[in-house]
Ligand binder design. Structure first.
Ligand code: GLC
Length: 445
């Protein structure tokens, strides 16, 4: 449990950081909201100058020592495992990595990292940075430019996750895990996964309900945009400088979610759920459906799970009369400019992206690998029956807007969407207010 002080402090830090980011001055972005998971540099014309550049050969024999790797709460054990694999492999050479766990909420992880970078601290030599933070952190000059390292073997990475570390023409980290969400459904209830979101909600009303991440934080932005984008909605217009959020498509998507809570297709408690609470609800065995990221496939079979062996995953459904959409998630190993041992930091980042770890990460923790080849591994295919669909989902998923003020854009979305889910405002008012707040955020840089 976080005490009041912890939460308040993190929020305050996050607000200052936003102002700093907003006033940084040098950056702007022209990426569109539904930029696709893929190809082009999303930061047309933006430059980040004066960054420290990593020397790829520094990882070959860095000074002996210990570095710290910071990531969100290790709910699956994958964080402890990757650190322990590395330490076993390199202990004899005098290298050690220590894991520092931040809270489960993406917003809180960001706040914790920002606090340390503003203090120029080397608490996090390597940080597991959410794909949405590259633009902001690079603009702040908090990250090593890792272009020379990434360029050594660019083709081994799946293009979509690689694009998430690409900003202003440079690579600011190494992809670590990619991410996509699925519809989890109960095979023991004898149902096929519904083809549309509307049908999911109808079925859920009869089969115990659907659970998802509806708390006011980054996860809700993802959960909402999956429906909003599928319905034909957008976040920003094609210039990337104005909100396009206030649309009938986005209102329709939110209306479906709000009605879902009103008519009992989803428990009202989802308005407080992040990923861990969603897993807790799902593994209680009470619910028919869950929206969650791929990690939950392995994670929710463990411990006291009452749904062990009783569920499967399906790609997210279409929005009736419109299309389908997934959101690209994931994390990158970024190296802090305040590290005292960049060579060892790179050695560790390199290990997290190695075929060796990527196989374990997908096979055992159902985390989306960032290397093309991992998906062809026979052990992986056996353990993760939807491995091919997972890889396809990464290629089709949409990126969230690329912008140094993305966190404010997202906050505008999740706060207002959460207000509507909790019944405090109508879907139309929530979408309009979010759109106005997105425009204010965009006008700050
Ligand atoms: C997952 C995704 C990440 C996303 C977060 C939201 O960790 O990988 O990209 O921002 O969930 O909760």
């Amino acid at each position: 449990m976080r005490g009041r002080f912890g939460l308040g402090a993190a929020l305050a830090v996050s607000a200052c950081a936003l102002v700093v980011a907003a006033c940084g001055g040098s950056s702007s972005s022209s990426s569109s909201s539904g930029g696709g998971g893929g190809s082009s540099s999303s930061s047309g014309g933006v430059t980040v100058t004066g960054a420290k550049v990593i020397d790829p050969s520094s990882m070959n024999s860095p000074p002996k020592g210990t570095i710290h790797y910071c990531q969100g709460k290790d709910t699956t054990g994958a964080g402890k495992a990757v650190v322990s694999e590395f330490n076993q492999k390199y202990a004899a050479q005098g290298y050690k990595v220590v894991l520092t766990e931040f809270p489960a909420s993406a917003d809180q992880q960001r706040a914790q990292f920002i606090q340390r970078q503003q203090a120029k601290s080397n608490d996090c030599d390597v940080f597991s940075s959410d794909v949405i933070w590259t633009a902001e952190f690079a603009s702040q000059k908090w990250l090593y430019d890792m272009t020379p390292y990434v360029n050594q073997s660019r083709t081994k990475y799946i293009p979509a996750p690689l694009e998430t570390v690409h900003y202003a023409g440079k690579y600011w980290g190494v992809p670590e895990t990619s991410d996509a969400a699925f519809l989890f459904y109960r095979t023991d209830k004898g149902t096929a996964p519904p083809a549309t979101w509307q049908a999911v909600y109808q079925q859920a009303a009869k089969q115990g309900g659907i659970v998802y991440q509806g708390a006011p934080y980054e996860g809700l932005t993802c959960d909402f945009l999956e429906l909003g984008f599928a319905a034909g909605g957008q976040v920003l217009d094609s210039s990337g400088k104005k909100s396009a959020f206030n649309s009938p498509a986005n209102v329709k998507a939110l209306q479906l979610m709000v009605d879902g809570i009103k008519n009992g297709s989803a428990p009202k408690a989802v308005t407080t759920y992040m990923e861990p609470q969603t897993d807790q609800a799902w593994t209680s065995g009470k619910y028919g459906y869950m929206r969650n990221w791929t990690y939950a496939y392995a994670a929710d079979q463990t411990g006291g799970s009452k749904v062990k062996g009783k569920y499967a995953v399906a790609p997210l459904p279409t929005f009736e009369g419109a299309g389908k959409a997934g959101i690209l998630g994931g994390h990158n190993s970024v190296i802090s400019v305040y590290t005292k041992n960049p060579g060892l930091a790179l050695k560790y980042a390199d290990f997290t992206a190695s075929p060796e770890w990527q196989k374990i990460s997908l096979e055992k923790y159902s985390s989306a690998a960032i290397l093309n080849d991992t998906y062809d591994d026979p052990g992986v295919k056996k353990a993760i029956p939807y491995a091919a669909e997972l890889k396809a989902a990464l290629g089709q998923a949409k990126a969230r807007p690329v912008s140094p003020v993305y966190p404010q854009i997202s906050q505008a979305i999740y706060k207002n969407v959460n207000d509507a889910l909790a019944g405090r405002v109508s879907p139309a008012d929530a979408i309009k207010k979010a759109s106005d707040q997105i425009n204010s955020a965009l006008s700050t840089f």
